[in-house]
Design a protein around this ligand. Structure first.
Ligand code: NDP
Ligand code: MG
Length: 405
């Protein structure tokens, strides 16, 4: 049986890796729909190669350009959130790769879950923002949720098949989430204020989109992943431990009450978790070279330094606070990272903006998607105000504030 696939965020790092795996198995998978936001030329090229039935972009203008570029291929071109939700929930698709970056991925990813699809989840922000609502939708509509994030995919592979009954029943003592520590693991903390977006995006082991690359440099990415693990595996914050492992060979581990530790290892290439989830419970080739352990130098592990990586501590705080606190954290972080990438604020301002929003905006119950989105909007406004304040501050004041904060 051909599996019909929709890729949300096809032009991104995960989207391109997904298409690479699909191209290796034309007998198993067919692309139903692809989406992008603004990179129309890249999407048009993908359309020529993979011939989807539908393609969705971010605006009317982008749709017009795409339609001209794919004229004659019989592809239905649309734009906007509603169209994204349609291709995610269509009767003509079996599997949805959720690989839009940020909060923009929430509505279509949720639409896929509500339509009972097999959801391959890369868009961790959706789960961070609305974990309970999302997991409820998966259960209620009998969707299949498979993690793409390499750590969560590794944990999934290291858990028993009957895991749905929770950590206690499965004898799980701890989930050990590995983290490379990013490009600034060993850089002098006092020099971090001056790092550029390009330096922050230069990840030592993984090649990824710019937003998640900055998140890796602040370790907010690991913080979001702690929250993601909480929802995916039903584990409380106390049962999730972050371990720095700079080589990114072990992608995460599960520690059991009998003293066993199970891990998943591999070369750091997202095509492995993508292929795993696409074919689950079978296995298919992904194009990733086999791991040669004799060529792997020593593997190191140590505890994270929360002083160097305050965003990691803020994420644990948000998880413990519950309700809409993680949605506030995520929205503030998205605004701050965007401002940093546009060189409007410095690297160390990112955690200051996130902390400022967490302090200023009261969180509430995440009772509905509307409530979550309202909190998301409030957090974005507050974050923009803080960013504007930082932009206005002369450099010496900012440096002093950073030391104080
Ligand atoms: P990229 O920035 O490389 O790609 C993002 C994709 O989303 C692009 O197709 C982009 O379109 C689209 N997009 C951006 N903004 C919007 C919007 N407002 N509405 C609709 N579509 C939009 O990101 P990554 O591939 O790196 O990451 C995607 C997701 O996967 C993130 O949630 C990330 O955390 C997660 N992830 C990524 C990993 C990786 O290795 N890259 C690893 C683990 C998780 P366009 O190209 O047109 O701008
Ligand atoms: Mg990850």
């Amino acid at each position: 049986m051909m599996q019909r696939i929709t890729i949300l965020g096809a032009t991104g790092s995960i989207g391109v890796s997904t298409l690479d795996v699909l191209a290796r198995h034309p007998d198993k998978y067919r692309v139903h729909a692809l989406s992008a936001h603004g990179r129309v030329d890249e999407l048009a090229e993908q359309c020529r190669v993979f011939r989807p039935q539908r393609a969705v972009v971010g605006s009317a203008e982008a749709a017009q350009r795409l339609a001209a570029l794919v004229d004659g291929l019989g592809i239905d071109v649309a734009y906007g959130e509603r169209a994204l939700c349609e291709i995610a929930s269509s009767d003509d698709t079996d599997t949805v790769m959720a690989a839009i970056v940020g909060a923009a991925g929430l509505a279509p990813t949720l639409a896929a879950a509500r339509a009972g699809k097999k959801v391959l989840l890369a868009n961790k922000e959706a789960l961070v923002m609305s974990g309970q609502l999302f997991m409820d939708a998966v259960r209620e509509h009998e969707a299949t949720l498979l993690p793409i994030d390499s750590e969560h995919n590794a944990i999934f592979q290291s858990l028993p098949a009957h895991y749905a009954r929770g950590p206690q029943a499965a004898g799980v003592a701890k989930i050990l989430l590995t983290a490379s520590g990013g490009p600034f693991l060993n850089r002098a903390v006092e020099t971090l204020s001056n790092v550029t977006p390009d330096e922050a995006c230069k990840h030592p082991n993984w090649s990824m989109g710019r937003k998640i690359s900055v998140d890796s440099a602040t370790m907010m990415n690991k913080g979001l992943e702690v929250i993601e693990a909480h929802w995916l595996f039903g584990a409380p914050a106390e049962q999730i431990e972050v371990v720095i492992h700079p080589q990114s060979v072990i992608h995460s581990m599960v520690s059991y009450v009998d003293g066993s530790v199970l891990a998943q290892l591999g070369n750091p290439d997202m095509r492995t978790p993508i292929a795993h989830a696409l074919a689950y419970p079978e296995r298919i080739e992904s194009g990733v070279a086999q791991l040669d352990l004799t060529q792997t130098a020593s593997l190191q592990f140590h505890r994270p330094d929360f002083g160097r990586f305050p965003c990691l501590a803020l994420a644990f705080d948000a998880l413990r606070a519950g309700g809409t606190a993680p949605a506030l954290l995520n929205a503030a972080n998205e605004v701050a990272v965007q401002a940093f990438l546009e060189r409007r604020i410095g690297f160390r301002d990112i955690d200051r903006v996130v902390r400022g929003v967490m302090d200023d905006v009261a969180h509430g119950a995440a009772a509905s998607i509307e409530a979550v989105m309202a909190q998301d909007a409030r957090a974005r406004e507050a974050a923009q105000r803080l960013v504007a304040g930082l932009q206005g501050a002369p450099a010496p004041t900012r440096a002093a504030a950073q030391v104080a904060g």
